[in-house]
Ligand binder design. Structure first.
Ligand code: DQA
Length: 147
């Protein structure tokens, strides 16, 4: 069974308390449950990781080398827009990573329009709330099936 790691970055543990206009009202736990349900339907295994510490996030990406993970879904939160450290960590990987965002970052403040991660991920999905993760999961599974 293919193994997919879902990575949630800084402040994403606060979903449910953040501005509902951008992030809805679901908690991270609710979102993870939805992802797990779809994973079961698609016949893949998902694990989750959330951190507010950039170094821990980078170390988790480094751990993926050789631990049997087949693909990554990543929402790096605000790090998306400036973390060259996370970009460099992702660039070393040989497995597909798909970037997701709950909000439509392109319709928000200018600093959110640019992702330093987009150049090292296979594609990005933004603006569909929790469904962005579900679309991301489908995208990773499709990529793995095409290999
Ligand atoms: C986010 C968008 C980022 O700009 C923001 O900093 C977040 C969440 C999203 O899921 O829409 O924390 O990644």
């Amino acid at each position: 069974m293919k193994r997919i790691l879902v990575m949630h970055g800084v402040n994403l543990n606060m979903f449910g308390k953040r501005d509902p206009k951008h992030y809805g009202t679901e908690t991270l736990e609710d979102i993870n449950k939805k992802i797990s349900m779809l994973a079961e339907t698609l016949g893949v295994e998902v694990t989750f990781f959330q951190s507010n510490h950039e170094g821990d996030f980078v170390e988790k990406i480094q751990e993926v080398h050789g631990d049997g993970t087949d693909g990554i879904i990543i929402n790096a939160g605000a790090w998306t827009h400036y973390s060259y450290a996370i970009m460099d960590a992702l660039a070393i990987l040989h497995i597909p990573a798909v970037e997701v965002h709950m909000s439509n970052v392109h319709a928000r403040e200018p600093f959110r329009h640019f992702s330093v991660l987009s150049g090292v991920t296979r594609g990005s999905i933004a603006g569909f709330g929790a469904d962005s993760y579900l679309l991301g999961l489908r995208a990773v599974v499709d990529l793995l099936e095409g290999e």
